[in-house]
Design a protein around this ligand. Sequence first.
Ligand SMILES: *Cc1c(COP(=O)(O)O)cnc(C)c1O
Length: 367
Amino acid sequence: MSETKSGPQPRDSVLEIKAYVPGTAREGGGKVFKLSSNESPLGSSARARQAYVAAAEHLEAYPDGGATVLRKAIGAKYGIDPARIVCGAGSDELIGLLCHTYLEPGDETLYSQYGFLMYKISTLASGGVPVVAPETDRVADVDALLACVTDRTRLVFLANPNNPTGTYLPFEEVQRLHAGLPKNVILVIDAAYAEYVRRNDYSAGIDLVANSSNVVMMRTFSKIHGLAAVRLGWAFCPEAIADILNRVRGPFNVNAPAIAAGVAAINDTAFMDTAIAHNEQWLPWLTEKLEGLGLGVTPSVGNFLLIEFPDVDGRRAADADTTLQDNGVYVRRMEAYGLPACLRITVGTEEANRLVVDVLGKLMGKG
Ligand SMILES: *Cc1c(COP(=O)(O)O)cnc(C)c1O
């Protein structure tokens, strides 16, 4: 890539990576609402915070490298074998581990057009080649994905529901995708927003993992549990894949306070129910209000909305972002996904949601 190769050089594909830009929230006076990273508007479980603080009494000790109590708690909650659960410092780490482990240079990963950005970044970091299948109406298209499978395909990433679109595939479609894949290809179902979905035809995919040798389902504590700061995620895997991930992961990749907080969070059903009920109330409210302003709103089953401004050049989305920031609201710009006319807005507190509608209403001449 560079003309002089005298200094240290990474693998070529790494130079194609544009660093992930996290959602912003500037410091400053006044009240600020961070609706840019799909974080929980309700904070986290008080029990999880107490467990985290209690774990701080023993920072001198290495954590349990197997995160045993956490895997047991997850296993009990979902009725799955803890031996087939691998925990990570966020599901981002698990995405990276899968790429590092299953890709030889030149091997391909496959995901859909508006699929989560980390799939591309982790693929390139591992010397792999990202392949992108077109979507139909901002929904992953199983036929388009299957048409892109080659003999170099090793991993297919499906965020279900997907971020940033908020759309999902019914379980029958996920099964059809799996059935069409060669046995040496791993289907990775990233179900980061599974708890929010209120649809009878949805499944996070636990049964598919249980009954096949090439499906992995990933979950995170960053969204419904409100524990994004502690970095905690997990994967339910076929035995052989769990064995491989356990060989390559850092021996202490999940820290002790995170393990303690995770156990408390997964057992705090009341907190989860409150978070689900909040989203069930405000997601449809925001959808209706924003559509009423003349904005394009992609139907979402997650805790966020992708909205599109009528102007084609995208100027209006950028202006709206600035205006929202002036009012203390931080949302996510979508240029990195090739959607410059769009913004992604996390469902916030009642106060934040009303403010968003208010500010955008004025901007659209309907306030
Ligand atoms: C937020 C999110 C994650 C979670 O990442 P963590 O590293 O666990 O915080 C994973 N996948 C998608 C699609 C997400 O939006």
